[in-house]
Design a protein around this ligand. Structure first.
Ligand code: ATP
Ligand code: MG
Length: 429
């Protein structure tokens, strides 16, 4: 027997049972972003590998070991995007839409690809919604990004389950001074560090701060603190952000170990974390990246953004039971027709109904079937009402209007009066 085909490990199908929740989530976010004046951008899923090396950084986990990279037929090295910021910056540069200092408030949604060990909340294909703002350098816009996520958590009913962690990484100069101090401190204690951290000491020492290794964590207790190396400008920026979060009534904790996985952050970094999902607890993360656009060949352009992991937020909604009842109702009305003539009339009637009630979720029976089997399908569809068309109804130009969820008796409704009757009945249901 031949081996059956399967999806790639860590890449999930999202089945029809799950898509209503995804669509609810996505439309809630999109609607909210509209109200804050963000505009969507769509970029390709594949980019030149070089783009990610240059933006994310050669010595990050993503570029070192997580990218899906391949050579195409032209011999070009291409990579499935592991995150969204790089392509946004590339697109903004390529189309010259921020080079003159224009403010851009952008958002994107889509699949990302990282070759990680699949587990709950961590996949090889996953989805993010992300925001990027260009040409605003103040803490007011950092605050707006956080404020709007705070509102999103309220809309989704998960506000009590997430917590904001905040840090400032300072300017790149401040960080360089700190890096030297940290490297000096840790080099003197090299034998006490785990293997990963020993390697990072040479490549990306700041990442050692968020190590999971207990021994290394113990060594770090007395290590130099990034906050003591912050430059004045970053300090003022950070205070400005904190004041705004206080004004908006958003609780936060300062986590001085928060450094984020990507190279390009400066000043503000933040994460929304939950303790409801086990070790994959970060549902949204981001920060400021004032040097990135220049690093990628553009004019100096401040930038700030974040990305949220849709799978993790969906898991959180499920875990907390925050799933609106209404999203699972996909059919309002089910039309049953018996016999060829009734089917023809039924089709015409259904299309007239759709003209009158464009949002009506009307399922027309397909595949024929007896009275009993069509009713069974109507019931299974979870529709609120069944419309019945047989020879008698046809002769009288009426439909049998049958409430399926115990809202009264079946009655005949004239075709001309059907749209109105249906609308009123649905409004009451
Ligand atoms: P982590 O520390 O969990 O690996 P990260 O710092 O690599 O996260 P980012 O690159 O900041 O993650 O991506 C933003 C968000 O995207 C994360 O907070 C998370 O919610 C989600 N995310 C990242 N990687 C994955 C993945 N492999 N599977 C599912 N969601 C992910
Ligand atoms: Mg990661």
């Amino acid at each position: 027997m031949s081996k059956s085909l399967q999806a790639i490990r860590g890449m999930n199908d999202i089945l029809p049972e799950q898509t209503p929740l995804w669509r609810y989530f996505e439309s809630t976010v999109a609607g909210l972003l509209d109200t804050y004046g963000y505009r969507q951008i769509r970029t390709p899923i594949v980019e030149f590998t070089e783009l990610f090396k240059r933006s994310i950084g050669e010595v990050t986990d993503i570029v070192e070991k997580e990218m899906y990279t391949f050579t195409d037929r032209n011999g070009d090295s291409l990579t499935l995007r592991p995150e969204g910021t790089a392509a946004c910056v590339r697109a903004v540069l390529e189309h010259g839409i921020s080079g003159g200092g224009q403010v851009q408030k952008l958002w994107y949604i889509g699949q990302m690809f990282r070759h990680e060990r699949p587990q709950k909340g961590r996949y090889r294909q996953f989805h993010q919604i992300g925001l990027e703002v260009f040409n605003l350098d103040g803490p007011d816009i950092d605050a707006e990004l956080i404020v709007l996520t705070w509102r999103l958590w309220k809309l989704l009913g998960i506000r009590d389950a997430v917590k904001l962690e905040l840090n400032s990484l300072g300017t790149s100069e401040a960080r360089a001074r700190y890096r030297d101090a940290l490297v000096e401190f840790l080099s003197a204690r090299l034998d006490q560090l785990d293997e990963d951290s020993q390697r990072r000491l040479k490549t990306n020492p700041l990442r050692i701060l968020d190590t999971k290794d207990a021994n290394t964590q113990a060594v770090l207790v007395d290590a130099p603190k990034l906050e003591d190396y912050l430059d004045e400008e970053s300090r003022v920026h950070f205070e400005g952000l904190k004041a705004r979060l206080d004004a908006a009534g958003i609780p936060f904790v300062i986590n001085t170990k928060l450094v984020r996985g990507l190279d390009y952050y400066s000043k503000t970094v933040f994460e929304w974390v939950t303790d409801k999902l086990g070790s994959q607890g970060t549902v949204c993360a981001g920060g400021r990246y004032d040097g990135l656009v220049e690093q990628m060949g553009g004019k100096p352009t401040p930038g700030v953004g974040f990305a949220m992991g849709i799978e993790r937020l969906i898991l959180l909604l499920e875990t907390l039971g925050q799933i609106p009842e209404s999203i699972n109702r996909q059919v309002d009305v089910y039309l049953c027709a018996f016999g060829e003539q009734a089917e023809l009339a039924g089709l015409a009637l259904a299309e007239r109904l759709r003209d009158r009630l464009p949002n009506l979720r009307l399922q027309v029976n397909a595949g024929g079937g007896s009275f009993k089997s069509q009713f069974k399908k109507a019931d299974k569809s979870a529709a609120l009402f069944a419309l019945i068309l047989g020879d008698d109804e046809l002769a009288q130009q009426v439909v049998g209007f049958k409430p399926l969820r115990g809202q009264g008796e079946q009655q005949n409704i004239a075709w001309d009066a059907l749209a109105e009757h249906l609308e009123a009945s649905l409004a009451q249901a």
